[in-house]
Design a protein around this ligand. Structure first.
Ligand code: AOF
Ligand code: ZN
Length: 373
């Protein structure tokens, strides 16, 4: 059936160009926070005549980049634009893309997913109202995966939190006295540095600072330095901690309103950011913590522990994703630090479940990856 074949052909072409838009969007990974990753491709008579992607919040949106990449504006007449996110319909940092598309002469718009940002959405209706042919939901799953961080930030008002831990086969991240260097191999540690370099921030609890005295920087060339966050309710952090030796202005110490004001002043004078967060029952209020991190443009955050910090994130159901590295080693567990520092339930049904799990070897270590349900 020729008609069916034709439809099939057209569908595949849409997916192909959408894939290209998604690939373009990925070029700005970790650079657009708090904005989404967006790519756009303009096609005329089966050929790509223009393309672009959103490079950074405040810079032009993908659709405008793509439209501006077409030198001969007459070419845009009756062309199709492929974009992984619904074109915006608001005056934000830039004018509405829906309007730019309508004014360009483009006659068809193919969209990956609807925009979940209420302030910006409405582009689809506006385009349709202007007589443009709009198709929504092409490679929707890929489009949603691409913007998992933006979706989490927008729908749940929290950073995309990633649990990262290197542990022994008994689930311990440190032995007696907090000794943890080194559990995994050099190769696995490089993986961890790449994670730091591809997310907005890395976060640890104060005990990790006291026990390991880490730098928390990304030590692979060519990557951005992550913001470094320390949860330190009582401001116990030593002024001599190694973390202060580099980029103090990208350090965020989360503390309570009641902690030592004099120390807050000293740290601020060192160029360190002090962020006061609401507390309840001796812990940070999870919603306020999330809000404060978002306010500081922390869209995705690697949590590196230790035990109590993972416990806090786990029991408050804050995690989105996990990267757990297992070294092929085992020790006794009594007196060691378990990866999940909080009370065990009596009922296994209370176990926190992971889905879409994957496993691979990094050298002799095993990397387990999964999403929290
Ligand atoms: C982007 N890049 O390519 C598209 C976006 O802060 P503004 O004014 O730049 O607006 C950001 C919102 O616009 C964003 O949250 C999303 O809802 C919509 N579309 N944003 O940053 C783009 N197409
Ligand atoms: Zn836009």
């Amino acid at each position: 059936n020729i008609a069916y074949l034709c439809i099939f052909f057209v569908m595949n072409k849409d997916e192909l160009f959408m894939k290209k838009a998604i690939e373009l969007a990925k070029k700005a990974k970790n650079k657009t926070c708090p904005n989404p990753l967006v790519g756009a491709v303009i096609v005329k008579e089966g050929k790509i005549i223009g393309q672009g992607y959103h490079k950074k919040a405040g810079l032009p949106h993908a659709e405008v980049e793509a439209i501006n990449s077409v030198k001969d504006r007459n070419q845009l007449k009756d062309a199709t634009i492929y974009v992984n996110l619904e074109p915006c319909n608001h005056y934000g940092r830039t004018p509405p893309c829906s309007l730019a598309i309508i004014n360009s002469g483009i006659k068809r718009v193919v969209i990956g997913m609807r925009d979940i940002n209420k302030k910006a959405s409405g582009g689809i209706e506006r385009l349709k109202g202007a007589g443009i042919d709009v198709k929504v939901g092409v490679l929707e799953d890929e489009a949603k995966k691409l913007n998992e961080v933006f979706i989490e930030n927008t729908l749940n008002r929290k950073p995309f939190f990633i649990m990262k831990a290197a542990m022994l086969l008994n689930g311990c991240i440190a032995v007696k006295g907090g000794v943890s260097q080194w559990i995994t191999s050099e190769k696995a540690r490089r993986f961890s540095h790449r994670l730091r370099g591809t997310n907005s921030a890395v976060l640890v609890g104060i005990n990790t600072i006291i026990m390991d005295d880490p730098l928390l920087t990304c030590r692979i060339k060519g990557y951005r330095q992550p913001k470094r966050v320390v949860l330190d309710m009582n401001l116990k952090i030593p002024i001599s901690a190694k973390i202060f030796s580099e980029y103090p202005n990208n350090i965020y110490i989360i503390t309570s309103k009641n902690s030592d004001d004099a120390k807050k002043r000293i740290l601020r004078a060192m160029d360190v950011n002090i962020v006061e967060c609401d507390t309840e029952n001796g812990e940070f209020n999870p919603a306020d913590l999330s809000e404060k991190l978002l306010e500081n443009e922390i869209c995705s955050c690697i949590v590196e522990g230790g035990s109590r910090t993972h416990g806090y994130f786990l029991k408050n159901k804050l995690y989105n994703k996990a990267y757990l590295l297992y070294a092929p080693k085992i020790t006794g567990s009594y007196g060691a630090f378990n990866v999940a520092g909080f009370d065990a339930p009596k009922d296994l049904n209370e176990a926190i479940k992971l889905i879409d799990t994957k496993c691979k070897k990094i050298g002799d270590d095993i990397l387990f990856e999964g999403y929290f349900k």
